[in-house]
Design a protein around this ligand. Structure first.
Ligand SMILES: [Cu+2]
Length: 164
């Protein structure tokens, strides 16, 4: 066996070893059907969506999200204020024990601001979920077209975010 193969096995050992460490939030959580919204070339923002299930018996907290696809990655939600839908950053997303929390268009989402690349359907982007205990879950997320019209106000709000 070549030295290279030994090294590969060593790396795999590390990976399995890390998975065997029980009790982190990242281990207790499973992610269903993640996707990132495809955008026409030149668009500055997009968003990621998914179902996040907390399979443990204790409440967990999603604290942050990371990714190299955009300059800034944040947790966001939409709220209705004075009859208008707007979105803003949230400090955390609560993940109640045994429940699935949906990140979906019009609600909670992973905001991608300052896209560094075009997001074409069929592409994959890497996103990382960061939990309050410091554990992380890395995801390979497919880019998908969403058949949803964005309200004008919403689009304005998205643009406003770029000028922070
Ligand atoms: Cu947003």
């Amino acid at each position: 066996m070549k030295l290279k193969n030994y090294f590969a096995m060593f790396l795999m050992g590390l990976m399995f070893g890390a998975q065997a460490v029980a009790g982190t939030a990242a281990d207790a959580v499973s992610v269903n059907d993640p996707y990132v919204r495809a955008m026409p070339p030149g668009q500055p923002t997009s968003a990621g969506f998914m179902g996040i299930t907390n399979n443990s018996k204790q409440d967990l907290v999603l604290k942050d999200a990371e990714g190299s696809v955009a300059k800034k990655v944040e947790l966001h939600t939409h709220t209705m204020k004075d009859g208008m839908m707007s979105m803003h950053k949230v400090d955390k997303i609560d993940l109640p024990a045994g429940k699935m929390v949906m990140l979906k268009p019009g609600g909670l989402h992973v905001m991608l601001m300052g896209l560094k690349q075009d997001l074409k359907p069929g592409d994959n982007v890497s996103l990382t979920l960061v939990f309050s205990d410091g554990s992380k879950k890395q995801l390979e997320v497919p880019v998908r077209k969403i058949q949803m019209m964005m309200k004008k106000q919403d689009a304005k709000q998205h643009n406003k975010h770029m000028h922070h």
